[in-house]
Design a protein around this ligand. Structure first.
Ligand code: NDP
Ligand SMILES: O=CC(=O)O
Length: 294
């Protein structure tokens, strides 16, 4: 099967590498074209523009940073719309909001193409291991046609119905995740300031009812103050912002998520946006320790 792949950041590189490893013919494009070199070494072809990828491939997958990037590759010069036509499918796996996906869907289908949104749950390592959870919605026929690619990139694919449902599901998941990492950060700092060993807290958490892979994976590196990016904090903050907008639309009160968003914004203002989202821990550590006398 031949596929195009747009966006070779942390996730796109790992996902397209997996496709190559499993025998797919892959044509890649990235805004910073030099990032294609490593994929070429592993057998990928390169196209100069998103339009050129779509011209060559029946199916094109994108994994881009945010709504503005997603719009840019579709509507911009040399973008998807210049070549999409009947018989061609476009699958956007970026995390965006439902409105962005809906507008892209309308533009693609107006040209006769097929569209599927398919954001993923799971970070750099699951992407490398082909263990993502894929949250697809949109054209069912396209979903069924690209299942071989989803099976290589992910461990489970959900088909969630109309366009927008994939984006919404992803934002709900990441709203919960972003809130959790904040509570976890506060717990680690509270343990340390209470004279407890934070690494023992990790062992205690891991044996109880709130044990989870995220605490297990991130805890030890957070304690060391190491936040090498798997999921960049700026993207987590984008997801909180989009989830809060969904809360606005649906009149859902989310004070915990709103507070978590403020912490991520603070982290960005401290220059931590390109680090892993676990760096929000540094915002809690940076808060002045209250006087013991009060
Ligand atoms: N990292 C993770 O753990 C996960 C991330 N996601 C989501 O996946 C998406 C990608 O994440 P990730 O790979 O981590 O992000 P990166 O920041 O590593 O990569 C972002 C990609 O988007 C491209 N890009 C940014 N702006 C534009 C633009 N205006 N036009 C064209 N291309 C653009 C970048 O190109 P360039 O190289 O030129 O900058 C790069 O290829 C995001 O939506 C994120 O929320 C979902 C699940 C997990
Ligand atoms: O979007 C991030 C993730 O880990 O999932």
């Amino acid at each position: 099967m031949e596929v195009g792949f747009l966006g070779l950041g942390i996730m796109g590189k790992a996902m397209s590498m997996n496709l190559l490893r499993h025998g797919f013919k892959v044509t890649v494009w990235n805004r910073t074209l030099s990032k294609c070199d490593e994929l070429v070494e592993h057998g990928a072809s390169v196209a100069e523009t998103p339009a050129a990828v779509v011209k060559k491939c029946k199916y094109t997958i994108a994994m881009l940073s945010d709504p503005s990037a997603a719009f840019s590759v579709v509507f911009g010069k040399d973008g998807i719309l210049e070549q999409i036509c009947a018989g061609k499918g476009y699958v956007d796996m970026s995390t965006v909001d439902a409105d962005t996906s809906t507008k892209i869907n309308e533009a693609i289908t107006a040209k006769g193409g097929y569209f599927l949104e398919a954001p993923v749950s799971g970070s750099k390592k699951p992407a490398e291991d082909g263990q993502l959870v894929i949250l697809a919605a949109g054209e069912k026929a396209l979903y069924e046609e690209v299942i071989p690619a989803f099976n290589v990139m992910g461990k489970k694919s959900f088909y969630l119905g109309q366009v927008g449902n994939g984006a919404k599901m992803k934002l709900v998941v990441n709203m919960i995740m972003g809130s959790m990492i904040n509570a976890f950060s506060e717990g680690l700092v509270l343990a340390g300031r209470s004279g407890l060993d934070p690494s023992v807290l990790l062992d205690v958490l891991d044996l109880g009812g709130i044990a989870n892979p995220m605490f297990r994976l991130k805890g030890p590196t957070m304690i060391q103050g190491s936040h090498s990016p798997a999921f960049p904090l700026k993207h987590q903050q984008k997801d909180m912002r989009l989830a809060l907008a969904l809360g606005d639309e649906t009149a859902t009160s989310m004070p915990v998520a709103a507070a978590a968003n403020e912490a991520f914004k603070k982290a960005r203002s401290m220059g931590l946006g390109d680090l892993d989202f676990s760096a929000v821990y540094e915002t809690v550590k940076a808060l002045e320790q209250p006087s013991q006398k009060n």
